[in-house]
Write a protein that binds this ligand. Structure first.
Ligand code: ZN
Length: 313
């Protein structure tokens, strides 16, 4: 593929995302926020597919309804969650843990997905050692992508001191790799798959090679919403988990095309890496995450499972 064509393709996708995701505006600007509607913030990534599926399944329902509110970056989404402009969010679990540690009243009620992350690098990079002195992008310091990078470095007797880290928003990463601004990245999907499908990057590690039963995104709800509407919250979480179970290969692709506006070739690569079965947050997996956020310096005082995770309604 010619470089100019490739950059055009990448720029097109970025433009589309910036237009669609811009400014934290609701994609359903005129949606009625009635008493049965749950307002959920999200970023357009495959990691949020169960909430898209749930919203689709509930369309036209006279009872529970989901209003999706699209954001273009994690800081914008966090601001909406932390200030109570939404009832909940599909969000990087480490960001939600930090909010909780800072006193924001939220609970994690389910996972966004299982596995589904990769470390991608320029095609001339063959090992982590080749990344020495090079620039690597993560979406946010508070992310499983940061933990996965740390795990990959540790596996190769390296540390963050050996590379340069930069934070970029997910949609910026594929073009930053093509323009040689960065040499590798780890981020929510489908942005790793985009570079692989366009044949400008290769996978160095998948998340399960670095961290068994890894956590990444979580579905969180505000305490205000749970306290004021406990029955609706219960119904919403149950229907979310069912939606995850309903995401078989063909349905996942259909929802991915509708909500993410991504081509088949990219979704085919990306959806190989992820699953949406059993979205319960187990104590064992959460405590493993807590150890890692402390070990790699993401958070000194992460909330305990009992403080932060709500499985019973
Ligand atoms: Zn995720």
């Amino acid at each position: 593929m010619k470089r100019s064509v490739l950059i055009g393709l990448l720029a097109g996708v970025m433009g589309m995302c910036l237009t669609a995701c811009g400014g934290g505006k609701s994609e359903i600007a005129n949606a009625t926020h009635d008493e049965n509607t749950v307002k959920i913030a999200y970023l357009p990534i495959t990691h949020a597919l169960p909430v898209f599926e749930e919203a689709e399944e509930l369309k036209g329902s006279t009872g529970l309804n989901v209003e999706l509110v699209k954001y273009g970056s994690w800081p914008e989404l966090l601001d909406a969650l932390n200030t109570g402009r939404v009832d909940g969010a599909s969000v990087l679990i480490e960001l939600a843990m930090k909010s909780k540690a800072q006193g924001i009243g939220i609970k994690a009620v389910a996972l966004g997905h299982r596995d589904g992350n990769v470390i991608v690098v320029n095609k001339n990079i063959n090992t982590m050692a080749d990344l020495k002195g090079k620039t690597f992008a993560i979406p946010h310091r508070q992310s499983s992508h940061n933990i996965l990078l740390n795990e990959a470095l540790a596996l190769n007797n390296m540390s963050l001191d050996d590379i340069k880290i930069t934070e970029l928003s997910p949609a910026e990463m594929p073009s930053a790799l093509v323009s040689k601004q960065i040499d590798g990245y780890c981020v929510a999907e489908p942005f790793g798959a985009r570079a692989v499908a366009l044949d400008v990057a290769k996978v160095l590690y998948t998340s399960e090679e670095l961290w068994e039963d890894s956590l990444c995104c979580g579905l969180v709800l505000t305490d205000t919403f749970i306290d004021e509407k406990p029955e609706l919250a219960k119904e919403f979480v149950a229907s979310y988990k069912t939606a995850g179970e309903n995401l078989d290969v063909s349905r996942t692709k259909e929802i991915g095309k509708t909500y993410l506006k991504q081509e088949d070739a990219i979704l085919d690569v990306s959806l190989e890496w992820i699953s949406f079965d059993n979205l319960e947050i187990t104590k064992e997996a959460y405590e493993n995450l807590v150890q890692k956020v402390k070990k790699y310096g993401l958070l000194d005082n992460p909330p305990t499972y009992e403080e932060f995770v709500k499985t019973e309604f």
